[in-house]
Design a protein around this ligand. Structure first.
Ligand code: IVH
Length: 669
């Protein structure tokens, strides 16, 4: 059944009005701009085919939404028009043809500019002084945001000119640079506030703050692109206008502006911008071509909606809405589990996107993303696509909040969230297939088991061909397995086997470090070895016992205890032992040493050793080293230029050792 054009037009008007309201008034868009544009294009085409359907209140007959009531009105002496869009080369060529035809010229000269994706502004300067700043509003009347705009550093409060025109209006775009945007959202997250969906919303929202202090704290940047009302002619071409604006103190990014000739020049500029787009410091949604000569512009004139002398070539949008089919917990090399969005494939910025990162569980909760939701997907620069918002209106009634699984999807081990960290981790470090490559590389690394020749390429192959599943399998590798691998001759196979054999003779700190326990680096591994003396007592230590080890806090203790509580990890350790991995027990500090159990505080510089060395030596003797002086302190070691710790020690009557006395004490034990 054919759709009735009148009915469809009415429906489109209703839809566009609705989305206009959500976008402009509520600042809560529900569909991507590209989808909105699609509706608008359909309505324009329909009205062109059936002119009798045009009604005075059609969205095609106005430029935007009415201003909010909270700000005073800012009427525009010259309306702030929109731009006609071109979506392909044919439309661009058609624009150029019409311009040449109307002007009666062979070739037209244009200025090509990036189309900044921000919020447009009209700045009124009287005798060089900024007197009013208005948003675009409906194109005829905007909102008076002068107080807010005065806070934007890139807006000159006075034009840098000895004889400025009696009146000039400067028009341009307020944007937030991508870097500033990332920082702004980071801060908002930290403060527990809702992050902005994109820089454009953030810029528009910032301009419409009732308190200018809030605006001032937002990193807004103003880029001018033209003039509004003027008391006298100030330039003869767009290029001259841009040069004049730069002279007057505006931010004009000349590297992105070109004077181009005809269609050939326009195409070349477009090519260049497409290449540079991913590294531009701000978001652009197209490029704008403007007839350069102002007299020619006059001849071309404008429709009620847009000038005939300019066109916006739209680039593929960096945002789109699509459906969330699932959330996949994905285990990374280090055991961190990242929720990944499985999306119904959608075009975003010219690329098909079917996956987006959700970072971590907090992020999923904060955005309240649920499987089945319609979500907004965004790509910025060349980073991984992100889900920026959920369209709550389209949520299926059966959608439930998502949760992190209790068990690792790759190995079934326990999943734990380390306190103070946003990430969830799989505790099956040595066993988990998803972590195999990472665990093996760490195991073989120089400060761990130090197996020379066991590098990334090789480890990847060993895992891929299933020759190695856990780190213990390294000790079961045979010559006949190795020689089948890429770039592995008999000689290098023998060399590797010899290195593996050598690594069996290791030390306890190395072994502990090699296990790859989350939060346990080289230093902690050494402390653990010294404290427990052997692996057995460490494996059976409770969280509480573990916190008694120097430098081990509750978070680290928890991670260690959980690691050894996984049966898989214990199995691998047993296999290592059986394969012949051995280590001498570590001498535990003599309990009767003069400093054992005593608490030391170090201040000032020692001539004979660094503070870290002094600390290590004391700890090796069973002493504790603390950062601050208290009644529990036994000795304060004062080196050259000691700090306030010395004063405090004197106040409390604590024994103070100078460097010589300290060395004597060390030697006597
Ligand atoms: S010229 C009458 N130049 O795009 C022509 N506009 O759809 C006025 N925009 O509201 C616009 N970058 O906010 C022009 N280099 C540029 C632009 C630009 C972004 C925005 C502007 C305007 C909208 C038109």
């Amino acid at each position: 059944m054919a759709v009735d054009p009148a009915q469809r037009a009415a429906e489109l008007r209703r839809l566009i009005d609705y989305h206009n309201y959500r976008y402009y008034v509520l600042d809560q868009p529900e569909i991507a701009d590209s989808e909105y544009d699609q509706l608008m294009r359909e309505l324009i085409a329909l009205e062109q085919a059936h002119p009798e359907l045009v009604v005075p209140d059609s969205p095609t007959q106005r430029v935007g939404a009415p201003p909010l009531e909270a700000f005073g009105p800012a009427p525009h002496e010259i309306p702030m028009l929109s731009l006609d869009n071109a979506f392909d080369d044919a439309a661009l060529s058609e624009f150029d043809r019409r311009v040449r035809e109307r002007l009666g010229v062979e070739q037209a000269s244009y200025v090509a500019e990036p189309k900044l994706d921000g919020s447009s502004l009209n700045l009124r300067y009287e005798h060089g002084l900024l007197v009013r700043a208005g948003t675009r509003g409906d194109g005829v009347t905007g909102e008076d945001v002068t107080a807010n705009v005065r806070t934007i550093p890139t807006v000159p409060l006075r034009l840098r000119s000895s004889k400025p025109p009696a009146l000039v209006e400067v028009r341009g775009e307020v944007v937030i640079r991508l870097q500033d945007f990332a920082e702004l959202n980071r801060r908002r997250l930290e403060a527990g506030e809702r992050p902005f969906a994109n820089p454009r919303n953030a810029a528009a929202g910032s301009l419409r703050q009732l308190d200018p202090k809030v605006t001032a704290a937002r990193p807004l940047t103003f880029f001018p692109y033209g003039l509004g009302a003027v008391s006298e002619p100030v330039a003869a071409s767009q290029w001259e206008i841009l040069e004049l604006l730069a002279e007057w103190g505006f931010l004009v990014d000349r590297r992105l502006l070109r004077r181009v000739q005809g269609l050939v020049g326009m195409r070349a500029y477009l090519e260049e911008i497409l290449v540079r787009r991913p590294e531009l410091p701000f978001e652009i949604d197209g490029v704008v071509y403007k007839v350069d000569d102002l007299a020619q512009r006059e001849l071309l004139g404008a429709t009620s909606r847009a000038p005939r002398w300019a066109v916006a070539y739209k680039l593929p949008a960096m945002e789109a809405t699509t459906r969330l089919l699932g959330i996949i917990p994905s285990v990374g090399r280090t055991g961190v589990i990242t929720p990944v969005a499985d999306l119904e494939p959608v075009q975003v910025g010219g690329v098909t996107v079917s996956r987006a990162t959700l970072h971590n569980l907090d992020e999923v909760r904060r955005k309240d993303v649920r499987v089945g939701d319609t979500v907004m997907v965004r790509r910025a620069g060349d980073v991984i696509p992100e889900i920026t918002a959920v369209v709550l209106e389209k949520r299926p009634s059966e959608a439930v909040p998502w949760d992190m699984p209790d068990q690792c999807p790759a190995c079934g081990s326990e999943v734990l969230r380390i306190e103070g960290e946003a990430a969830h981790r799989c505790m099956g470090g040595l066993y988990c297939p998803a972590q195999r490559v990472g665990a093996l590389l760490h195991f073989a690394s120089r400060k761990a088991m130090d197996i020379e020749g066991l590098g990334e390429k090789l480890v990847e192959q060993l895992v891929e061909y299933d020759l190695v599943r856990t780190v213990a399998d390294v000790y079961r590798l045979q010559r006949k397995d190795l020689v089948t691998l890429e770039r592995m001759g008999e000689k290098s196979a023998d060399k590797l086997l010899a290195a593996i054999e050598r690594s069996k003779d290791t030390t306890l700190p190395r072994l502990i470090y090699a296990l790859g326990i989350s939060q346990v680096g080289e230093v902690t591994a050494a402390q653990l070895a010294r404290y427990f003396g052997d692996l057995e007592p460490l494996m059976s230590a409770s969280e509480e016992e573990l916190t008694a080890v120097p430098d081990v806090g509750p978070v680290v203790a928890r991670s260690i205890a959980h690691f050894f509580s996984q049966p898989h990890n214990r199995e691998v350790i047993e296999q290592l032992r059986q394969a012949g991995v051995r280590w001498p027990p570590v001498e535990r500090p003599a309990a009767d040493s003069a400093v054992a159990g005593k608490t030391f505080v170090l201040t000032g510089t020692l001539a004979s050793m660094t503070r870290d060395e002094a600390k290590a030596r004391l700890e090796a003797l069973g002493a504790k080293v603390s950062g601050s002086v208290s009644k529990k302190t036994d000795y304060v070691v004062a080196g050259e230029s000691p700090g306030s710790k010395l004063d405090r020690a004197q106040q409390l009557g604590i024994e103070i050792l100078d460097e010589a006395a300290f060395l004597t004490l060390l030697e006597s034990t």
